[in-house]
Design a protein around this ligand. Structure first.
Ligand code: ATP
Ligand code: MG
Length: 244
């Protein structure tokens, strides 16, 4: 390996070892896949994509070398997550999710309005996980909107530090006292005397977990004119110049 390459890698490895072992002795044999994944998932979203890739490459090289020397017995290099698709245009994913659910909207004769910007900064998030979140919000909106008169609006917009995606519907909305509960696992709220729409009550809990994992927020408000509006906010990719 070229010396310049090693010099680039060292700060990441030092940080990784400090993260795993603190100021105590470094015991490579004790490392496990969870340490590797946790470190990358916590550290990478705050870096510019290029730097995040450098971090994962450094970590893979180090872990492979450790295994070659016999200090590490597991193939931990394989546990280093891919960050290549963490730079995501939210509107693109929103368009894909909407198109995947087209039939669901048709079946209930519900209109989907999309308000997507022509251009927007990339958000730092795993593309597939964001897709999953949008699918859940849109399918909830369909599930709780009235047949034939339902109207769902999907909006994406950016602010100085992040990108926001909102899904509004004209269903029953969510009473203020239930707005925290619906993000908990297995929680479904509403009139228990009427038939409940099916589902496991996991969608929102998982969605919030994913979004918070990438340093974002997920919450719900009253939609203009009744109904619920779910918001997801994600940090945007730092400008290359400020990459740390
Ligand atoms: N758009 C909405 N309008 C009104 N209530 C909603 C809406 N979205 C979610 N809720 C409420 O929040 C609860 C939890 O939603 P969540 O997506 O977590 O679970 P689910 O849709 O019931 O099941 P799953 O998503 O696991 O199939 C719902 O059961 C419902 O009571
Ligand atoms: Mg759901």
């Amino acid at each position: 390996m070229a010396k310049a390459t090693i010099v680039n890698y060292v700060p990441f490895i030092r940080e990784f070892l400090k993260d795993c072992f603190g100021s105590g002795p470094v015991r490579l044999s004790r490392l496990c896949a969870r340490d590797v994944v946790r470190f990358v998932q916590r550290r990478a979203p705050r870096l510019h994509l290029k730097t995040a890739k450098l971090l994962t490459t450094a970590l893979r090289s180090f872990l492979r070398y450790g295994r070659y020397r016999g200090d590490i017995r597991l193939d931990l290099a394989a546990a280093v997550p891919l960050v290549a698709n963490w730079s995501v245009r939210t509107s693109d994913v929103a368009r894909e999710a909407a198109s995947a659910l087209r039939q669901l909207f048709r079946d209930k004769n519900i209109v989907l309005d999309m308000k997507l910007p022509d251009d927007e900064p990339a958000a730092v998030v795993d593309r597939d996980r964001l897709f999953q979140v949008i699918i859940n919000l849109l399918s909830n909106a369909v599930k709780f909107s009235p047949r034939d008169t339902g109207r769902v609006t999907l909006t994406v917009g950016a602010d100085a530090v992040g990108v926001r995606l909102s899904v509004a519907d004209n269903g029953p909305g969510i009473a203020p006292q239930h707005r925290d509960a619906i993000f908990e696992r297995f929680r479904q709220v509403g009139d228990t005397l009427t038939a409940k729409p099916e589902g496991s009550g996991l969608g929102l809990a998982i969605s919030r977990m994913i979004i918070e994992h990438f340093g974002g927020r997920a919450w719900v408000e009253d939609a203009f004119g009744g109904g619920a509006v779910f918001h997801v906010w994600l940090p945007r990719e730092p400008a290359a110049a400020s990459a740390a």
